[in-house]
Design a protein around this ligand. Structure first.
Ligand SMILES: [Zn+2]
Length: 392
């Protein structure tokens, strides 16, 4: 067994010398386009990570997917305690950016900030996870097996990765999700759940001048349903409804035969989800404009990240580890959704946004604070070493 104090210092020292190597891997990842629907690109970014793990002596397991990028898992076993449930270091490698973005806007560093598509959300987190695992590979001190889980489609609500994430979380001790740390340096200890729905309304076309009475307006129905859906918002409970996209109609002089709305529901507590979805179904089924019909489909969904007592202990360990490194870290609640909701949803203690610090995600102004790479890696490593003390 490695002497824990010895490993702690060695790991901290080794990580403190890795900024250049981290940036080199990050540059290659950022310069590889990997939009969620670009399977070839997402798999290319995955190949870079698999090669990186392979170079440190860890082979990856993959779960193939015909539509989206494969899910990748690299495991660092423990010298003796492999019966322990694994500690998961999670991250997604897809981005919201189209093909060609990396060529238009390649990885650059200016005044201590790194730029490029997905640089903070969350390629830097994947790089950090890899270096934390490598540190334990070199010096030991991890209290059980470590699993790097690298997913492929988070930005579109993880249609292919969700079952892989949930299966891993069910058998794991805890999850660190390395989404970008807040600009304040804070991490995320709670997130809303989200349901993304599409409502398709069918009416009947008719000439709006010559034959008005024969028409059935899907757009009028959509307008009435939109008002009713928005009225389900309950800010005190944290439940919000947003019809964020509408389309419909044929021409200005035709009674609209069809209309479509895309609806975003956010909530804090799981029972609120079912209540709101049931209410939206009732609205969908109730025709205000006689003769219209409507179909409601759930297109994607994230579970909420909940601060359970176990997750609170995990957060305290992380906070104390950060404090010992001179970092003042608090937990924040976020209305945004992430894969951490799925791991929390199956009961695995989870903290999120423990990655290097960044901001302006999903925009050309996305940035990463370069000097946060090393301390955030050290904080995670230190927290992992102390999990047993905190009964996580
Ligand atoms: Zn992300």
């Amino acid at each position: 067994m490695a002497n824990p104090q010895y490993s702690t210092q060695q790991i901290k020292d080794w990580l403190s010398q890795q900024e250049g190597a981290m940036l080199a891997l990050l540059e290659r990842l950022v310069n590889t386009d990997s939009g969620s629907y670009d399977k070839a690109g997402v798999d290319r970014a995955g190949d870079l990570l698999k090669a990186h793990y392979s170079a440190m002596g860890l082979e990856s397991e993959t779960e193939a997917n015909a539509t989206f990028g494969e899910a990748i898992k690299a495991t660092l076993r423990h010298p003796t305690a492999n019966d322990q449930r694994p500690i998961v270091l999670m991250g997604h490698r897809d981005t919201v950016f189209p093909q060609g973005e990396a060529q238009r806007r390649p990885f650059t560093i200016k005044d201590g900030m790194a730029y490029g598509p997905g640089v903070a959300d969350m390629k830097a987190g994947l790089v950090m996870n890899a270096f934390v695992i490598e540190a334990f590979k070199r010096f030991g001190g991890h209290p059980g097996p470590l699993v790097a889980l690298i997913t492929s489609d988070e930005e579109i609500a993880s249609p292919s990765s969700r079952p892989v994430i949930e299966a891993q979380a069910r058998q794991s001790r805890c999850v660190f999700n390395s989404e970008p740390g807040r600009p304040s340096g804070n991490v995320v200890s709670g997130r809303k759940g989200g349901v993304f729905m599409q409502l398709d309304i069918t009416g009947k076309a008719a000439h709006s001048g010559g034959n008005f009475e024969a028409g059935i307006s899907a757009i009028e129905e959509l307008a009435r349903k939109t008002v009713a859906i928005h009225q389900l918002t309950d800010l005190a409970k944290g439940t919000t409804l947003n019809v964020g996209l509408v389309r419909g109609g044929q021409t200005v002089n035709t009674v609209a035969p069809w209309a479509t709305a895309e609806i975003d529901l956010r909530y804090i507590k799981p029972p609120e989800r079912d209540t709101a979805v049931a209410a939206i179904r009732r609205i969908a089924e109730t025709a205000h404009v006689k003769g219209t019909t409507a179909a409601l489909n759930i297109k994607g969904e994230f579970a909420p990240l909940e601060m359970t007592p176990e997750a609170a202990r995990l957060f305290s360990v992380y906070q104390a580890a950060s404090k010992d490194l001179g970092l003042d870290v608090k937990g924040e609640f976020s209305g945004g959704c992430a894969d951490s909701g799925f791991t929390s949803g199956v009961g695995c203690p989870t903290i999120c946004a423990v990655g290097p610090i960044g901001g302006n995600a999903h925009t050309p102004e996305e940035y990463l604070v370069v000097k946060s790479l090393v301390p955030r890696a050290q904080a995670m490593a230190l927290a992992i070493m102390r999990l047993a003390d905190a009964e996580v």
